[in-house]
Design a protein around this ligand. Structure first.
Ligand code: LRH
Ligand code: MN
Ligand code: MN
Length: 385
């Protein structure tokens, strides 16, 4: 149990700046009280999540949603709040120029603009001390024949190579794949295989990020995780839940069993060891639920799944597997999944000097009442407008 607690204490879960701003669907963005008016206030809210969970010490930025004049100053502000800047997320999808793509666009001028933005994101990594650039491309096609699928792969490879060459020591990029949306016929980085192939060609500073919402229904995500981890190419996760498409709901809400299975493969592959660099990031939007508690709940959901994964009796499992004991092996896994880990986590938090129930502690803290009174005219997260 001491080992399990040590592993849980060492786990780090990164929250996204865009989870704190107003968001919605393409039908409606619902404004909530007290939402941040600028990136500085988003960091203050993220610091609350860390204060109550103890395991969320970094915040991902999204450029230009989190554009500021002085990024070093933003990083200093984060440090003052007890948090740090995590992954820098690029945005080459919210400009009229990108209607037909960004780095895969048929026009060299648009491709230049997109790649320049990615390079600017590396400058921001330098200024903030972030070690991770996250690349997601909305590039794709709506109709057969619209553009040359193969040429678009060449253009993608050229841009990635340029960005890769710009990375400094200790910096990396994570390439995110997504099955569909906004493109409906063909996406240029649609799956882990495409992302993996580009990353392998580039080298060790390029890895794949698995956004749990970016797969076809029924996809065995834990298999992808096991495979990428084995190859040293699992850069991290964008955690969220989906029922139908890229729903961006709270991780572990739709399918806690899937989250457990994913976390078991992480544990099995050694991915909880910080040395492996596997980043546990949330990529969610809280459209109808309050944002800070939504993030706290999500961090707790990942932590619960991790605790259950750590509880799997690996020796008993290996023995059952070795004997071909199908039901016995399955029972070992299900025993861990069916364990209520909440008392263990409450105990751990008390050992860490935290309140045992982060949701209740936040509700009691008065922080929401304070920001609701102080902040007027909070900004939109940038997503879902
Ligand atoms: C789009 C997306 C992607 C990015 C995020 C900002 O699907 O969810 O996962 O990481 O927007
Ligand atoms: Mn994502
Ligand atoms: Mn997404």
């Amino acid at each position: 149990m001491t080992d399990i607690k040590a592993a849980l204490r060492a786990q780090r879960i990164e929250t996204p700046s865009w989870a704190y701003g107003n968001s919605g669907t393409r039908f409606k963005v619902f404004a909530q009280k007290g939402v941040p008016r600028d990136p500085y206030e988003k960091l203050a809210d993220a610091a609350q999540v860390h204060a109550h969970t103890g395991i969320a010490p970094t915040v991902a930025l999204h450029i230009p949603w989190d554009k500021v004049d002085d990024y070093a100053d933003l990083a200093r502000h984060a440090r003052d709040l007890g948090v740090g800047i995590g992954a820098i997320n690029s945005n080459v999808f919210q400009d009229d120029d990108y209607m037909l793509g960004s780095v895969t666009h048929p026009s060299a001028g648009v491709r230049r603009k997109a790649t320049d933005h990615l390079l600017e994101c590396v400058d921001i990594m330098d200024a903030t001390g972030s070690d991770t650039l996250k690349l997601w491309f909305s590039d794709g096609l709506n109709y057969p024949g619209q553009d040359d699928i193969r040429a678009r792969q060449d253009r993608l490879a050229d841009s990635l190579a340029e960005v890769y060459a710009r990375l400094g020591d200790g910096q990396r990029f994570l390439l995110e794949y997504k099955l569909f949306e906004p493109a409906f016929y063909a996406t240029d980085v649609p799956d882990w295989g495409t992302a993996y192939a580009h990353c392998v060609k580039l080298g060790p500073k390029a890895q794949v990020v698995v956004d749990t919402g970016h797969h076809a229904p029924g996809t065995n995500i834990e298999f992808i995780v096991a495979f990428l981890l084995r190859e040293g190419k699992l850069g991290g996760f964008d955690f969220n839940s989906r029922f139908y498409a890229d729903d961006d709901l709270m991780v572990g809400a739709a399918d806690p069993f899937q989250l457990f299975r994913i976390m078991y493969e992480v544990v099995r592959g050694g991915g909880l060891d910080p040395e492996t660099g596997v980043a546990f990031m949330l990529d969610q939007c809280h459209n109808i639920e309050p944002k800070i508690p939504g993030q706290i709940r999500s961090v707790m959901n990942v932590q619960e799944a991790t605790a259950k994964a750590l509880l799997v009796d690996r020796e008993a499992l290996a023995a059952a597997q070795g004997e071909g004991d199908v039901l016995g092996a399955n029972a070992v896994v299900m025993d861990a999944y069916n364990t209520d880990v909440r008392p263990l986590l409450a105990e751990l938090r008390e050992e860490m000097g935290l309140a045992p129930d982060p949701m209740a502690a936040y509700a009691k803290s008065g922080y929401f009442e304070k920001i609701a009174a102080e902040r007027v005219g909070g900004t939109q997260a940038g997503w879902g407008a």
